[in-house]
Ligand binder design. Structure first.
Ligand SMILES: NC(=O)c1ccc[n+]([C@@H]2O[C@H](COP(=O)([O-])OP(=O)(O)OC[C@H]3O[C@@H](n4cnc5c(N)ncnc54)[C@H](O)[C@@H]3O)[C@@H](O)[C@H]2O)c1
Length: 362
Protein backbone atom coordinates (compact mmCIF):
# COMPACT_ATOMS: atom_id res chain seq x y z
CA UNK A 1 0.00 0.00 0.00
CA UNK A 2 1.48 3.33 -1.07
CA UNK A 3 -0.10 6.35 0.65
CA UNK A 4 -1.06 6.10 4.32
CA UNK A 5 -3.37 9.12 4.56
CA UNK A 6 -7.04 9.63 5.31
CA UNK A 7 -8.62 6.89 3.17
CA UNK A 8 -6.02 4.25 4.08
CA UNK A 9 -7.92 3.63 7.33
CA UNK A 10 -10.92 2.30 5.38
CA UNK A 11 -8.74 -0.16 3.45
CA UNK A 12 -6.89 -1.23 6.58
CA UNK A 13 -10.22 -2.11 8.14
CA UNK A 14 -11.19 -4.22 5.12
CA UNK A 15 -7.88 -6.07 4.63
CA UNK A 16 -8.47 -8.71 7.31
CA UNK A 17 -11.67 -9.66 5.47
CA UNK A 18 -10.03 -10.12 2.05
CA UNK A 19 -8.94 -13.66 1.31
CA UNK A 20 -7.36 -13.00 -2.09
CA UNK A 21 -4.97 -10.24 -1.00
CA UNK A 22 -2.72 -9.78 2.01
CA UNK A 23 -1.03 -6.59 3.12
CA UNK A 24 2.75 -7.08 3.16
CA UNK A 25 4.27 -3.59 3.14
CA UNK A 26 3.31 0.08 3.35
CA UNK A 27 5.02 3.24 2.10
CA UNK A 28 4.43 6.97 2.23
CA UNK A 29 6.50 10.07 1.46
CA UNK A 30 5.98 10.70 5.15
CA UNK A 31 7.74 7.67 6.69
CA UNK A 32 6.14 8.34 10.08
CA UNK A 33 2.73 7.60 8.57
CA UNK A 34 4.00 4.34 7.08
CA UNK A 35 5.64 3.35 10.37
CA UNK A 36 2.48 4.07 12.31
CA UNK A 37 0.52 1.67 10.07
CA UNK A 38 3.22 -1.02 10.26
CA UNK A 39 3.21 -0.81 14.06
CA UNK A 40 -0.49 -1.59 14.13
CA UNK A 41 -0.23 -4.54 11.73
CA UNK A 42 2.29 -7.18 12.79
CA UNK A 43 4.20 -8.61 9.83
CA UNK A 44 3.63 -5.53 7.70
CA UNK A 45 6.83 -3.61 6.87
CA UNK A 46 7.21 0.16 6.51
CA UNK A 47 9.34 0.83 3.43
CA UNK A 48 10.25 3.74 1.18
CA UNK A 49 8.27 3.85 -2.06
CA UNK A 50 11.27 2.60 -4.04
CA UNK A 51 11.94 -0.22 -1.58
CA UNK A 52 8.30 -1.30 -1.74
CA UNK A 53 8.24 -1.24 -5.54
CA UNK A 54 11.35 -3.42 -5.80
CA UNK A 55 10.20 -5.86 -3.10
CA UNK A 56 9.63 -9.41 -4.36
CA UNK A 57 6.86 -10.03 -1.83
CA UNK A 58 4.78 -7.27 -3.45
CA UNK A 59 2.90 -8.23 -6.60
CA UNK A 60 -0.03 -5.79 -6.41
CA UNK A 61 0.31 -2.14 -5.44
CA UNK A 62 -2.62 -0.34 -3.82
CA UNK A 63 -2.10 3.31 -4.73
CA UNK A 64 -3.74 5.59 -2.15
CA UNK A 65 -1.73 8.70 -2.89
CA UNK A 66 -3.27 12.04 -3.84
CA UNK A 67 -4.62 12.34 -7.41
CA UNK A 68 -1.59 14.36 -8.62
CA UNK A 69 0.68 11.42 -7.66
CA UNK A 70 -1.52 8.57 -8.97
CA UNK A 71 0.18 8.34 -12.38
CA UNK A 72 3.75 8.75 -11.11
CA UNK A 73 3.36 5.99 -8.51
CA UNK A 74 1.37 3.70 -10.83
CA UNK A 75 3.86 4.05 -13.69
CA UNK A 76 6.77 3.20 -11.38
CA UNK A 77 4.88 0.21 -10.02
CA UNK A 78 4.00 -1.01 -13.51
CA UNK A 79 7.65 -0.58 -14.59
CA UNK A 80 8.56 -2.81 -11.64
CA UNK A 81 6.15 -5.48 -12.96
CA UNK A 82 3.46 -4.99 -10.32
CA UNK A 83 -0.30 -5.02 -10.84
CA UNK A 84 -1.85 -1.74 -9.66
CA UNK A 85 -5.18 -0.79 -8.14
CA UNK A 86 -5.53 2.92 -7.40
CA UNK A 87 -7.92 5.26 -5.70
CA UNK A 88 -10.05 7.48 -7.89
CA UNK A 89 -9.73 9.36 -10.10
CA UNK A 90 -7.53 7.11 -12.27
CA UNK A 91 -5.15 10.06 -12.75
CA UNK A 92 -5.23 13.85 -12.59
CA UNK A 93 -5.80 13.93 -16.38
CA UNK A 94 -6.43 11.69 -19.39
CA UNK A 95 -2.91 12.15 -20.82
CA UNK A 96 -1.50 10.58 -17.66
CA UNK A 97 -4.32 8.04 -17.54
CA UNK A 98 -3.59 6.93 -21.12
CA UNK A 99 0.10 6.45 -20.28
CA UNK A 100 -0.95 4.21 -17.37
CA UNK A 101 -3.22 2.09 -19.62
CA UNK A 102 -0.49 1.82 -22.28
CA UNK A 103 2.21 0.92 -19.76
CA UNK A 104 0.05 -1.71 -18.06
CA UNK A 105 -0.83 -3.30 -21.38
CA UNK A 106 2.81 -3.34 -22.54
CA UNK A 107 3.94 -4.84 -19.23
CA UNK A 108 1.13 -7.41 -19.14
CA UNK A 109 -0.04 -6.29 -15.71
CA UNK A 110 -3.57 -5.46 -14.57
CA UNK A 111 -4.60 -1.88 -13.85
CA UNK A 112 -7.63 -1.37 -11.66
CA UNK A 113 -9.28 1.80 -10.45
CA UNK A 114 -11.68 2.78 -7.70
CA UNK A 115 -14.52 3.34 -7.15
CA UNK A 116 -15.59 -0.17 -6.20
CA UNK A 117 -18.74 1.07 -4.46
CA UNK A 118 -20.70 0.33 -7.65
CA UNK A 119 -20.05 -3.40 -7.02
CA UNK A 120 -22.12 -3.27 -3.84
CA UNK A 121 -25.79 -4.14 -3.48
CA UNK A 122 -27.09 -0.57 -4.03
CA UNK A 123 -25.94 0.09 -7.60
CA UNK A 124 -26.00 -3.62 -8.56
CA UNK A 125 -29.63 -4.09 -7.46
CA UNK A 126 -30.57 -1.03 -9.56
CA UNK A 127 -28.61 -2.42 -12.49
CA UNK A 128 -30.40 -5.76 -12.25
CA UNK A 129 -33.76 -3.97 -12.19
CA UNK A 130 -32.84 -2.16 -15.41
CA UNK A 131 -31.41 -5.30 -17.05
CA UNK A 132 -34.55 -7.25 -16.09
CA UNK A 133 -36.69 -4.64 -17.88
CA UNK A 134 -38.42 -3.31 -14.77
CA UNK A 135 -38.50 0.29 -16.03
CA UNK A 136 -38.55 -0.45 -19.76
CA UNK A 137 -36.08 1.35 -22.00
CA UNK A 138 -34.02 3.83 -19.94
CA UNK A 139 -34.49 7.37 -21.25
CA UNK A 140 -32.70 9.61 -18.79
CA UNK A 141 -31.01 9.96 -15.41
CA UNK A 142 -30.17 12.63 -12.88
CA UNK A 143 -27.16 12.49 -10.56
CA UNK A 144 -26.88 15.06 -7.79
CA UNK A 145 -24.10 15.60 -5.23
CA UNK A 146 -23.99 18.82 -3.26
CA UNK A 147 -21.95 19.66 -0.19
CA UNK A 148 -20.55 22.90 1.26
CA UNK A 149 -17.02 21.51 0.79
CA UNK A 150 -14.61 18.89 2.14
CA UNK A 151 -12.41 21.52 3.83
CA UNK A 152 -14.94 21.40 6.65
CA UNK A 153 -13.76 17.91 7.69
CA UNK A 154 -10.56 16.96 5.79
CA UNK A 155 -7.40 18.12 7.64
CA UNK A 156 -5.40 18.51 4.37
CA UNK A 157 -8.04 19.49 1.79
CA UNK A 158 -5.71 21.38 -0.59
CA UNK A 159 -5.96 18.77 -3.36
CA UNK A 160 -9.72 19.17 -3.59
CA UNK A 161 -9.32 22.78 -4.78
CA UNK A 162 -6.70 22.42 -7.52
CA UNK A 163 -7.04 20.97 -11.03
CA UNK A 164 -7.56 17.24 -10.61
CA UNK A 165 -9.83 17.95 -7.63
CA UNK A 166 -13.09 19.92 -7.49
CA UNK A 167 -16.49 18.31 -6.94
CA UNK A 168 -16.53 16.62 -10.33
CA UNK A 169 -13.16 14.87 -10.24
CA UNK A 170 -13.50 14.11 -6.52
CA UNK A 171 -17.10 12.88 -6.26
CA UNK A 172 -17.90 12.50 -9.98
CA UNK A 173 -16.09 9.14 -10.21
CA UNK A 174 -18.78 7.57 -7.97
CA UNK A 175 -21.66 9.09 -9.91
CA UNK A 176 -20.28 8.71 -13.43
CA UNK A 177 -19.12 5.14 -12.69
CA UNK A 178 -22.63 4.37 -11.45
CA UNK A 179 -24.21 5.96 -14.54
CA UNK A 180 -21.88 3.96 -16.83
CA UNK A 181 -22.61 0.79 -14.83
CA UNK A 182 -26.35 1.42 -15.13
CA UNK A 183 -26.67 2.95 -18.61
CA UNK A 184 -23.45 2.09 -20.44
CA UNK A 185 -20.70 4.26 -21.93
CA UNK A 186 -20.95 7.93 -22.88
CA UNK A 187 -20.37 9.29 -26.39
CA UNK A 188 -20.53 13.08 -25.85
CA UNK A 189 -21.05 15.68 -23.14
CA UNK A 190 -22.14 19.28 -22.56
CA UNK A 191 -20.89 21.08 -19.46
CA UNK A 192 -21.13 24.35 -17.53
CA UNK A 193 -19.29 25.36 -14.36
CA UNK A 194 -18.75 28.14 -11.84
CA UNK A 195 -16.66 28.99 -8.81
CA UNK A 196 -18.08 31.06 -5.97
CA UNK A 197 -15.04 31.70 -3.76
CA UNK A 198 -11.32 32.08 -4.51
CA UNK A 199 -10.25 30.68 -1.13
CA UNK A 200 -11.45 28.14 1.43
CA UNK A 201 -10.86 27.90 5.18
CA UNK A 202 -9.71 24.57 6.66
CA UNK A 203 -12.21 23.47 9.31
CA UNK A 204 -10.44 20.64 11.16
CA UNK A 205 -7.07 19.33 12.31
CA UNK A 206 -3.81 21.18 13.05
CA UNK A 207 -4.31 23.59 10.15
CA UNK A 208 -7.77 24.76 11.28
CA UNK A 209 -8.38 28.34 10.18
CA UNK A 210 -5.76 28.27 7.41
CA UNK A 211 -6.88 29.80 4.11
CA UNK A 212 -6.16 27.76 0.98
CA UNK A 213 -6.48 28.90 -2.66
CA UNK A 214 -9.11 27.60 -5.10
CA UNK A 215 -8.02 27.11 -8.71
CA UNK A 216 -10.67 24.77 -10.10
CA UNK A 217 -14.46 25.08 -10.61
CA UNK A 218 -16.43 24.28 -7.46
CA UNK A 219 -19.87 23.87 -9.07
CA UNK A 220 -20.12 21.71 -12.19
CA UNK A 221 -23.16 20.66 -14.14
CA UNK A 222 -23.29 18.57 -17.29
CA UNK A 223 -25.31 16.42 -19.64
CA UNK A 224 -23.90 13.02 -20.59
CA UNK A 225 -25.17 11.50 -23.83
CA UNK A 226 -24.88 7.71 -23.55
CA UNK A 227 -24.26 5.40 -26.52
CA UNK A 228 -27.71 3.92 -25.77
CA UNK A 229 -29.31 7.34 -26.36
CA UNK A 230 -30.08 7.88 -22.67
CA UNK A 231 -29.32 11.38 -21.32
CA UNK A 232 -27.87 11.88 -17.82
CA UNK A 233 -27.89 15.25 -16.06
CA UNK A 234 -25.11 15.73 -13.52
CA UNK A 235 -24.88 18.32 -10.73
CA UNK A 236 -21.70 18.22 -8.61
CA UNK A 237 -21.13 21.04 -6.15
CA UNK A 238 -18.88 22.13 -3.29
CA UNK A 239 -20.90 25.39 -3.23
CA UNK A 240 -24.30 24.29 -1.95
CA UNK A 241 -25.65 23.40 1.46
CA UNK A 242 -27.86 20.36 0.92
CA UNK A 243 -30.33 18.70 -1.43
CA UNK A 244 -33.47 16.59 -1.17
CA UNK A 245 -32.91 15.10 -4.63
CA UNK A 246 -32.20 11.37 -4.88
CA UNK A 247 -28.48 10.74 -5.42
CA UNK A 248 -29.34 9.14 -8.72
CA UNK A 249 -32.67 8.66 -10.52
CA UNK A 250 -33.12 6.61 -13.66
CA UNK A 251 -36.23 7.19 -15.76
CA UNK A 252 -37.45 4.54 -18.16
CA UNK A 253 -40.49 4.24 -20.42
CA UNK A 254 -42.46 2.28 -17.84
CA UNK A 255 -40.90 3.22 -14.52
CA UNK A 256 -38.49 5.35 -12.53
CA UNK A 257 -35.78 4.12 -10.16
CA UNK A 258 -34.28 5.92 -7.17
CA UNK A 259 -30.69 4.66 -6.79
CA UNK A 260 -28.84 5.01 -3.48
CA UNK A 261 -25.63 6.96 -2.80
CA UNK A 262 -22.93 5.65 -5.17
CA UNK A 263 -20.32 6.63 -2.59
CA UNK A 264 -21.71 3.78 -0.49
CA UNK A 265 -21.91 0.07 -1.19
CA UNK A 266 -25.46 -0.53 0.01
CA UNK A 267 -28.69 1.44 0.31
CA UNK A 268 -32.30 1.12 -0.75
CA UNK A 269 -33.38 1.02 -4.38
CA UNK A 270 -36.93 2.22 -5.00
CA UNK A 271 -39.11 1.90 -8.07
CA UNK A 272 -42.19 3.82 -9.16
CA UNK A 273 -44.03 1.86 -11.85
CA UNK A 274 -46.13 3.54 -14.54
CA UNK A 275 -49.22 1.78 -13.24
CA UNK A 276 -48.17 1.92 -9.57
CA UNK A 277 -49.61 4.18 -6.85
CA UNK A 278 -46.44 4.86 -4.92
CA UNK A 279 -42.70 4.18 -4.70
CA UNK A 280 -41.84 0.57 -3.73
CA UNK A 281 -38.62 -0.64 -2.14
CA UNK A 282 -36.96 -3.34 -4.23
CA UNK A 283 -35.51 -6.33 -2.41
CA UNK A 284 -31.71 -6.55 -2.57
CA UNK A 285 -31.06 -8.76 -5.61
CA UNK A 286 -27.46 -8.28 -6.76
CA UNK A 287 -24.01 -7.13 -5.69
CA UNK A 288 -21.44 -7.88 -3.01
CA UNK A 289 -23.13 -7.81 0.38
CA UNK A 290 -21.33 -6.26 3.34
CA UNK A 291 -18.78 -4.82 0.95
CA UNK A 292 -16.33 -2.10 1.88
CA UNK A 293 -13.46 -0.20 0.25
CA UNK A 294 -11.10 -2.88 -1.03
CA UNK A 295 -13.65 -5.19 -2.65
CA UNK A 296 -12.44 -3.89 -6.04
CA UNK A 297 -8.92 -4.97 -5.12
CA UNK A 298 -10.22 -8.42 -4.23
CA UNK A 299 -12.24 -8.54 -7.46
CA UNK A 300 -9.06 -7.63 -9.39
CA UNK A 301 -7.01 -10.30 -7.62
CA UNK A 302 -9.63 -12.90 -8.56
CA UNK A 303 -10.01 -11.81 -12.19
CA UNK A 304 -9.48 -14.80 -14.49
CA UNK A 305 -6.40 -14.38 -16.69
CA UNK A 306 -7.07 -12.40 -19.84
CA UNK A 307 -10.17 -10.70 -18.45
CA UNK A 308 -10.57 -7.18 -17.11
CA UNK A 309 -11.34 -6.63 -13.46
CA UNK A 310 -14.75 -5.04 -12.87
CA UNK A 311 -13.25 -1.86 -11.40
CA UNK A 312 -10.87 -1.64 -14.35
CA UNK A 313 -8.39 1.00 -15.50
CA UNK A 314 -10.35 1.11 -18.78
CA UNK A 315 -13.54 2.09 -16.97
CA UNK A 316 -11.59 4.51 -14.76
CA UNK A 317 -10.17 6.07 -17.92
CA UNK A 318 -13.57 6.41 -19.62
CA UNK A 319 -15.03 8.00 -16.49
CA UNK A 320 -12.03 10.35 -16.27
CA UNK A 321 -12.39 11.34 -19.92
CA UNK A 322 -16.09 12.06 -19.42
CA UNK A 323 -15.35 14.27 -16.42
CA UNK A 324 -12.48 16.07 -18.11
CA UNK A 325 -14.66 16.67 -21.17
CA UNK A 326 -17.47 18.13 -19.02
CA UNK A 327 -14.96 20.65 -17.62
CA UNK A 328 -13.49 21.36 -21.08
CA UNK A 329 -16.98 21.76 -22.52
CA UNK A 330 -17.81 24.24 -19.76
CA UNK A 331 -14.80 26.32 -20.78
CA UNK A 332 -15.37 25.98 -24.51
CA UNK A 333 -19.13 26.52 -24.35
CA UNK A 334 -19.76 23.68 -26.75
CA UNK A 335 -20.56 19.95 -26.71
CA UNK A 336 -17.55 17.63 -26.86
CA UNK A 337 -17.22 14.05 -28.11
CA UNK A 338 -15.80 11.26 -25.94
CA UNK A 339 -13.09 9.26 -27.69
CA UNK A 340 -12.93 6.28 -25.34
CA UNK A 341 -15.53 3.71 -24.49
CA UNK A 342 -15.72 0.77 -22.10
CA UNK A 343 -17.74 -2.36 -21.63
CA UNK A 344 -20.26 -2.40 -18.81
CA UNK A 345 -18.40 -4.68 -16.42
CA UNK A 346 -20.04 -8.06 -15.75
CA UNK A 347 -22.93 -7.76 -13.28
CA UNK A 348 -22.22 -8.95 -9.74
CA UNK A 349 -24.56 -11.75 -8.68
CA UNK A 350 -25.85 -11.40 -5.13
CA UNK A 351 -23.03 -12.89 -3.14
CA UNK A 352 -22.61 -13.00 0.56
CA UNK A 353 -18.90 -12.70 0.51
CA UNK A 354 -17.00 -12.34 -2.73
CA UNK A 355 -14.30 -13.17 -0.22
CA UNK A 356 -15.40 -10.32 2.00
CA UNK A 357 -17.04 -11.57 5.17
CA UNK A 358 -18.83 -9.21 7.49
CA UNK A 359 -16.67 -8.31 10.47
CA UNK A 360 -19.21 -9.11 13.12
CA UNK A 361 -21.69 -11.27 11.28
CA UNK A 362 -23.82 -8.25 10.37
N1 LIG B 1 -10.45 10.95 2.17
C1 LIG B 1 -11.48 10.30 1.71
O1 LIG B 1 -12.54 10.22 2.34
C2 LIG B 1 -11.40 9.60 0.38
C3 LIG B 1 -12.47 8.79 0.02
C4 LIG B 1 -12.40 8.05 -1.15
C5 LIG B 1 -11.31 8.18 -1.96
N2 LIG B 1 -10.29 9.02 -1.65
C6 LIG B 1 -9.15 9.12 -2.57
O2 LIG B 1 -8.03 8.52 -1.95
C7 LIG B 1 -6.84 9.21 -2.37
C8 LIG B 1 -6.10 9.69 -1.14
O3 LIG B 1 -6.94 10.57 -0.42
P1 LIG B 1 -6.67 10.87 1.11
O4 LIG B 1 -7.86 11.64 1.57
O5 LIG B 1 -6.29 9.64 1.81
O6 LIG B 1 -5.41 11.87 0.97
P2 LIG B 1 -4.33 12.22 2.10
O7 LIG B 1 -3.68 13.47 1.66
O8 LIG B 1 -4.97 12.13 3.45
O9 LIG B 1 -3.30 11.00 2.00
C9 LIG B 1 -2.45 10.81 0.88
C10 LIG B 1 -1.15 10.19 1.37
O10 LIG B 1 -0.32 9.91 0.22
C11 LIG B 1 1.00 10.31 0.51
N3 LIG B 1 1.66 10.61 -0.77
C12 LIG B 1 1.41 11.63 -1.61
N4 LIG B 1 2.19 11.54 -2.70
C13 LIG B 1 2.94 10.43 -2.54
C14 LIG B 1 3.95 9.82 -3.33
N5 LIG B 1 4.33 10.33 -4.52
N6 LIG B 1 4.51 8.69 -2.85
C15 LIG B 1 4.13 8.17 -1.65
N7 LIG B 1 3.18 8.72 -0.86
C16 LIG B 1 2.60 9.84 -1.31
C17 LIG B 1 0.86 11.52 1.41
O11 LIG B 1 2.03 11.74 2.17
C18 LIG B 1 -0.34 11.12 2.26
O12 LIG B 1 0.04 10.43 3.43
C19 LIG B 1 -7.29 10.33 -3.31
O13 LIG B 1 -7.18 9.89 -4.64
C20 LIG B 1 -8.75 10.52 -2.95
O14 LIG B 1 -9.52 10.98 -4.05
C21 LIG B 1 -10.30 9.71 -0.46
Amino acid sequence: MVGCGNISAAYLETFPRLDAVALTAVADLDMDRARAVAEDFPGVRALTVDELLSDDAVDLVLNLTIPAAHAEVALKAIAAGKHVYGEKPLAAGTAEGQSMLDAAQAAGVILGSAPDTVLGTGTQTARKAIDDGLIGKPISATATMVTPGHERWHPNPDFYYVPGGGPLLDMGPYYVSALVTLLGPVTSVVGASSSTRSTRIIGSGPRTGEEIPVSTPTHVTGVLIHASGALSTLVMSFDAVATRAANIEIHGETGSLAVPDPNRFDGEVQVRRLDGEDWEVLPVSAGYRDAARGIGLQDLARTPEGELPRASGEMGFHVLEVMEAVLASAEAGTALPIGSTCERPPAVALSLTGGVEAVSGS
